[in-house]
Design a protein around this ligand. Sequence first.
Ligand code: NAD
Length: 291
Amino acid sequence: MKIGFIGLGNMGAPMARNLVAAGHDVSGFDVVAPIPDGVTDCKSGAEAAKDADVVITMLPDGAILRRVADEVVPAMKPGAILLDCSTVDVESARAVAGQAEAAGLRALDAPVSGGIGGAEAGTLTFMIGGSDDAFDDAKPLFDTMGQKAVHCGPSGNGQAAKICNNMILGVTMIGTCEAFALADKLGLDRQAMFDVVSTSSGYSWTMNAYCPAPGIGPMSPADNGYAPGFAAELMLKDLRLSQQAAEAADADTPMGRRAAELYTDFVEDEDGRGKDFSAMLPRFEKRGRAD
Ligand code: NAD
């Protein structure tokens, strides 16, 4: 396929490289990042989008996505697919899809899970909102860049699935970390705690697969000085998106709200920025009830 790729940062560059390796003709544009080998270097988003069957965007946020859409939608050929893989607010995803459809294009929101490692290995999970026919046509690209693609319904539903998943992830990480800190203070050995919880009803992905305690469970960022992994500020971004969506939909999400508050403190006022989101454990270790 002929693909335009806009936003070639930490995630976009390896995704574009995998598309080139699979034999696609990829034209790319980024305002800052270098263009990967094998990708045609374009001078603007519109130039990368012109003549493309699919235009993929991998951008920082919804406001930037809206600006890029204003530029590329008029340049795209009729029936082409605007495929946004960024994590953005549901409202921006739906607005951009509406704009694309009004211009005779098709649109998919397809945020990913799996991080930079998944982007490099081509093992991302895509959660997709948009029409059946656009999903079917883009499926070979999801199979190249990822290992799983779940069609979640109409436009915006991919973003909805992403922020609900990451709200659960943020809440369970905090729960796992505070439980380890309590166990420490009760004199319970961390290995014993892991052995019990990982095979009992408190088990979760954060305990079993991504344990925040160094030296316990499978290898995780905790075993590497809490270098990310999944950075605390990216978790904060997703938790804020979940609260923005909850507000718009009048959904009561008290745990998600508290998780967003705790990650805000951690990233903005404590020493969490640049650390993995599991570094909440050393944070809790240092604190007492009065803190
Ligand atoms: P990044 O900042 O490394 O990349 C974004 C790129 O977009 C940058 O290179 C930037 O120069 C470019 N850009 C910004 N404005 C532009 C414009 N107007 N035109 C063209 N290019 C422009 O971020 P990333 O880590 O690659 O993440 C991209 C998206 O993927 C984000 O929405 C993020 O939330 C999501 N995501 C990231 C991860 C991760 O682990 N990094 C995991 C899952 C999802």
